[in-house]
Design a protein around this ligand. Structure first.
Ligand code: HEC
Length: 92
């Protein structure tokens, strides 16, 4: 029973985490990436020679870029953005 409840909770929460991660990302990160990539900001993550190739490298990069973006996120917010990028683009 407990397991069933927990997995229901996960199914409900997961899309919310992704949506919130995307909202945080789009607010703080899109603009600069758009200017580097010539408009299509998210192509930075999907270009064939993208720099980030592992989950820990993604965590590190998001942490560093959050400083550049002056985002002032909590650890939970940063984790949501990592999850959003990982599941949507990198597929780690
Ligand atoms: C002030 C500009 C700037 C801002 C703001 C910024 N970035 Fe970046 N980001 C860069 C640059 C520059 C690169 C490296 C591009 C390259 O290597 O060609 C980069 C690359 C990345 C990559 C690696 C892409 C790859 O090649 O795999 C990730 C992930 C990333 N940024 C995440 C973020 C996140 C998350 C935010 C928001 C908190 C953010 N960035 C905000 C400038 C920025």
């Amino acid at each position: 029973m407990k397991v069933v409840l927990l997995s229901c909770l996960f199914v409900l929460i997961s899309p919310l985490v992704l949506a919130q991660g995307q909202a945080l990302h789009d607010e703080s990160c899109l603009q600069c990436h758009a200017s580097i990539s010539g408009g299509d900001a998210n192509s930075l993550y999907t270009r064939t020679n993208h720099k980030v190739t592992t989950f820990p490298a993604l965590q590190k990069r998001v942490k560093g870029c959050a400083v550049a973006a002056d985002a002032n996120w909590s650890n939970e917010q940063r984790a949501m953005v990592v999850k959003y990028l990982s599941e949507t683009f990198y597929k780690f």
